[in-house]
Write a new protein. Structure first.
Length: 485
């Protein structure tokens, strides 16, 4: 059952949605949203502002951590009007790639409208024969005519709330002349498409995105009639941004652009002769997810073990881990896990945790020597090890930290038992030469007998393993008897 993630980078905000799919039926696992106002400077200067780009990348880093936490198998990142219009968009594309590994796909207005339509029809929200979908974003407004659940036409107009605020509303509250110029501009743009939409005979209007959500909250109903929009616009335009921010459903960032957004809805309902609209929480992200779920390459989850191996290998390389040494420690740790299973009684998944921590053998020494102020456990727990959940990464990090540090606390008995096995495996390759080739282990009532076998002398390995006897006895309640030869 694949887990898919969709990210929408808009002119006003960045949105994330993660869902698990069985066939084409999705269940939302996590959603997040942050206002970064990426398009603010674009619509005034044609360029993305450094601060807005930095804020957007920081949000994308947070989203990246969420996709790892929920074990997303695939992520698609799309961007709309802000990046469509920005002359320096390559800066953000490169920055995002370096920070997250993601490629941003800049889509045009037609593709944006198509994906929004797909997201809504996937949830069966189109009940009328002829429906107009309205998606008012920060930089543009998409109008999609849907007839019998099929797209008849898509129009994209430069009527975004961020764009219009930057171009027309200089004062707070806005002056009457500013509102008049704003209304004239909106009307001129709408007149380009009004005859075609009127000729279709629309039965229902569905609106998505933040402005529609705010208007619905202010109206205390998802069904918002044309007179209500006019009334809300009149009230909003007479108050300051700080006053609007206190209104339910608006908030401080939406307060700055809600007047322009409400003006678009007031004008379009009048020009298109619509009695009102119904707000839908669905939108572009849902369409992206639906599109991904329909594509064969996303229907099957990837090879999790291969993904984990690649990720661990990359992290080990980053910290200069010796591959041959790590492989041998891993083999010894898994042999100890297998032969001592009746004694440690750990869940099967701990074998994977121990193997992963063994592949990072020596990371703690590297981190402590190169950046003493950091803790191994913190560094590894927050590393982006693909293929592992957040809980698994924390467990692996705790075991890796225990390689050279103290055992986990007594209230974590499973981690303590696993840590003892891993530390013993490390001791058995103290010389980093792979000298111990085999282990013969016998479980006795009061002790564990362990015979180390190899082609040469094993004095160093035997000495190092002897130093782990006290910890072994403390955790397992049995003495560890070691011999070599």
């Amino acid at each position: 059952m694949p887990i898919l993630a969709a990210i929408d980078i808009g002119a006003n905000s960045v949105r994330l949605s993660i869902a698990s799919y069985r066939g084409r039926r999705g269940e939302v696992l996590h959603q997040d949203r942050e206002v970064t106002r990426l398009g603010d400077a674009v619509f005034r200067t044609g360029l993305l502002a450094p601060g807005a780009m930095a804020a957007t990348v920081e949000v994308l880093r947070r989203f990246r951590r969420a996709t790892l936490r929920y074990h997303a198998d695939a992520v698609r990142v799309v961007a709309t009007s802000a990046l469509r219009n920005a002359r320096n968009r390559s800066l953000l594309l490169d920055w995002t790639r370096a920070a997250t590994g993601w490629e941003i796909e800049v889509i045009d207005g037609l593709e944006e409208g198509r994906l929004i339509h797909r997201g809504i029809i996937t949830q069966s929200e189109l009940h009328a024969a002829r429906v107009l979908l309205i998606d008012l974003g920060g930089g543009s407004c998409e109008f999609t005519l849907s007839v019998q659940r099929r797209i008849r036409q898509i129009y994209s107009l430069p009527l975004g709330a961020v764009r219009l605020t930057a171009e027309f509303l200089e004062h707070d509250p806005p002056k009457k002349k500013e509102l008049q110029r704003l209304s004239t501009c909106i009307g001129a743009e709408l007149d380009r498409i009004a005859p075609k939409i009127l000729a279709t005979g629309v039965h229902q209007a569905i609106a998505t995105s933040g402005t529609a959500a705010a208007l619905a909250r202010l109206n205390h109903s998802p069904e918002v009639a044309q007179p209500a929009v006019t009334r809300i616009l009149r009230q909003l335009s007479r108050t300051s941004a700080s006053q609007r921010a206190k209104l339910t459903g608006v908030g401080p960032r939406r307060a700055e652009i809600i007047v322009a957004g409400a003006a678009v809805y007031a004008e379009l309902l009048t020009r298109l002769r619509l009695p009102g609209f119904r707000y839908s929480p669905l939108g572009l992200r849902d369409g992206v997810l639906a599109q991904m779920a329909a594509e064969p390459r996303f229907r099957r989850a990837p090879d999790r073990e291969a993904e984990r191996a690649r990720s661990l290998a990359a992290l080990a390389e980053q910290y200069g881990v010796e591959r041959a040494y790590a492989r041998h420690v891993r083999a010894l740790a898994l042999e100890l896990f297998r032969s001592l299973r009746r004694l440690h009684q750990l869940p099967a998944e701990y074998a994977g945790w121990i193997a992963a921590a063994a592949q990072l053998a020596g990371v703690g020494n590297f981190i402590n020597l190169s950046a003493a102020r950091h803790h191994t456990e913190y560094i590894l727990a927050h590393s982006e090890i693909a293929g592992f959940t957040l809980a698994e990464r924390r467990g692996i990090a705790a075991l890796a930290h225990a390689q050279a540090g103290a055992l986990p606390p007594p209230e974590q008995p499973s981690l303590r038992r696993a840590a003892v096995l891993l530390r013993l495996a490390l001791a058995l390759d103290q010389g980093r030469r792979g000298a111990v080739r085999a282990l013969r282990v016998r479980l006795l009532p009061a002790q564990v007998s362990m015979h180390l076998q190899g082609p040469g002398k094993l004095d160093l390995e035997l000495w190092a393993a002897e130093r782990e006897r006290a910890g072994f006895r403390e955790v397992f309640g049995r003495d560890l008897i070691l011999r070599a030869g």
